[in-house]
Design a protein around this ligand. Structure first.
Ligand code: ADP
Ligand code: MG
Length: 308
């Protein structure tokens, strides 16, 4: 199926000269939950804001639900709901009015039943007549989500949806995101929490310094992340792996001078004890050993460091 969002060769250089995005290529499939994961300043908001028509790209093309975001801005924008990172709301309006008004901005007919459903889903129904200025921060954020959903978008962007929100709202938000996905809405969220990407997403893209450095199915990513390698330097080289060591998934490296064992750090057991026993009974001696993480793990450790 054609992707619902296609981003090709997208770059952004701000007026200050800062390169916020560099040659980004990314496709989002219809109906998926995609998490864009990266440290602060990586370019997540810039990317989202370009797709939503708030920031102009320096180069490249973006299509949303078949509409070019520049030549067919209105078509693209109508398909998209955006919950921005910063809280911005019209303080004096009531919840009901502000959400209904937003729907009107997209040129859609009034639909009180839809607005009611959105407000109920977000536990805002009781507050429908309250002025926004009287609401708590968490409630204001719910209003932003309701506004983003007022015109029944096919694509919903959530920019750092859970940064600084309470546990209850975070769980409501996750539930809502899954409900939306079940109704066929594509959800793209940004986060700098690995755990959040892991909890929510079907697919994860990692962005660092304006570049998408990897895009992977969540399950696959998590599987790779848990892997570590143990490399044994042998006292005497081996021509092949002795049959007695079959079943350990070993590989020979460095012309038979090293044995490499890959194991899952998240599994119940690493299998290292069994391996060492088997090596010893096979009479294979080693002079040194080292462990290394997958390059993915390095990426993630790096991300966590940058975040700090
Ligand atoms: P993220 O959302 O991942 O934290 P941003 O997209 O907000 O990252 O920012 C990416 C980079 O672009 C940062 O270095 C930020 O300081 C810079 N930046 C963001 N907005 C502007 C702007 N309006 N003018 C100049 N630089 C900006
Ligand atoms: Mg941001």
């Amino acid at each position: 199926m054609a992707p619902i969002i296609s981003i090709a060769d997208l770059s952004k250089v701000y007026a200050s000269g800062l390169v916020a995005l560099r040659d980004v290529n990314l496709e989002i499939a219809r109906g998926e939950i995609f998490a864009l994961l990266g440290p602060n300043g990586a370019g997540k908001s810039t990317l989202i804001n370009i797709v939503c028509g708030i920031v102009t790209p320096s180069a490249g093309t973006v299509r949303a639900d078949g509409h070019d975001i520049l030549s067919d801005y209105r078509g693209a924008r109508r398909a998209i709901g955006l919950v921005p990172q910063e809280l911005t709301t019209d303080a004096f309006e009531s919840v009901w009015n502000t959400v209904s008004f937003t729907r009107g901005l997209f040129g859609l007919r009034k639909d009180p039943a839809h607005i009611e459903r959105v407000l109920r889903d977000l536990s805002l129904w009781e507050k429908r007549d309250s002025r926004i200025m009287t609401l708590s921060g968490g409630m204001k954020r719910r209003v932003l989500i309701a506004k983003a959903l007022s015109h029944e978008p096919r694509i919903l962007f959530l920019d750092e949806p859970t940064a600084g929100v309470d546990v209850e709202l975070r769980q409501d938000m996750w539930r809502l995101v899954r409900q939306l996905r079940d109704r066929g809405v594509t959800v793209i969220l940004t986060t700098h929490y690995i755990e959040e990407a892991e909890e929510m997403a079907d697919r994860i893209g990692v962005i660092r310094r304006g570049e998408i450095i990897l895009v992977e199915e969540k399950a696959e990513l998590m599987r790779k992340l848990g892997r570590k390698q143990l490399t044994l330097q042998l006292q005497s080289p081996l021509g092949e792996i002795p049959p007695a060591l079959d079943g350990h998934g070993l590989e020979l490296a460095s012309d038979g001078r090293e044995l490499v064992y890959t194991y899952d750090t998240k599994g119940e057991r690493t299998g290292i004890t069994g391996l060492l026993t088997a090596l010893s009974s096979a009479g294979i001696r080693f002079s040194d050993l080292r462990t290394s993480q997958s390059s993915l793990e390095d990426i993630f450790v790096g991300l966590v460091r940058e975040r700090a």
